[in-house]
Design a binder for this molecule. Sequence first.
Ligand code: ADP
Ligand code: MG
Length: 353
Amino acid sequence: MAEFDLIARLTARAGARGDVALGIGDDAALLEVPAGEQLVACCDALNEGVHFLPGTDPADIGWKALAVNLSDLAAMGARPAWALLSLTLPRADADFVDAFMRGFSALADAAGTALVGGDTTSGPLSICVTALGCVPRGQALTRAGARPGDAVFVSGTLGDASAALEHLRPMGPRHPGEGRSDDDFPMFLRDRLHRPTPRIALGQALRGVANAVIDVSDGLLADLGHIARASGVGIELDAEALPASAALRTLLDPAERLRCQATGGDDYELVFTVPSERWETLRAIFPPEFRGALPITPSPPLAGEGAGVRGAFPAVTRIGRVVAGEGVRVLDADGVPVDFDRAGWEHFMDKVP
Ligand code: ADP
Ligand code: MG
């Protein structure tokens, strides 16, 4: 099978949008950005052995390659519209491409995103997606707006994906005595690693409400560190308030769970800061059935995922506050800072200082 047959297989499920003036097939795509809006662009690569384990289901890789990018758009408050896909494959593997596109287009269709171009080359397996979206001019959410006095909120639950990664990676579970076969491993946690749900609807709803937003990709502490630096503030988190899924509570003891929640990557939840005068606005953007689980005082999120890709919101939990100063601290129930040996994941380093 040659490059052009592969491209035909890839693009058969590209999806359609009225704002694609010229899609796949020419040298570049032509896209219509609505008047009064800004184009929001991001690009994230997934490399075998770094971002996913060898042997990962290609459909999961396809989903996640798009999901991590839509999560970045969500963290900007953007509406996703288009994607480009650069695919590097060791060989012309039609089965891989078909499975990959099954996962990719399942999410693309759910998120209303059209594949409008890309590149297909040979080399070590690597996937790079560029996602493009739109935001009303001047309304994008950034990392830079947090102010002392803001409360810090996070969507969904934390630590699920990193717990799954530690369990499923080739060296096996962290604790040799606790061997579980992969078949027994909770599907919920496996899905949190392989099929993250970008919080697209929530991100758009936070426009005009949140002062600063970031998605949790490298680890809560590492990513909140970016908000703290960009905003020139400090952040205090309450260890007890960090939301954990029932599956994570069952799998890990409290100390290990906290480590995964605070420093594990790959959650793709939104973490954001909201000034007190907008807490009621935040509450009001949630449909009534979610309000009970909502913020203001720390409370556990709703059971189950509870959130689709588009339309529905995940539960949101208040986890801390923005303070004057710098850095991010996690405080235990007695207000004593908890030490972690790393804040999260960083390429080319074994830990984030
Ligand atoms: P060029 O040589 O001009 O770069 P290509 O032969 O690489 O064009 O691609 C032909 C068309 O197919 C282009 O419109 C390109 O955007 C699209 N395309 C190639 N690979 C992919 C892919 N992996 N996903 C989506 N579109 C692709
Ligand atoms: Mg090309």
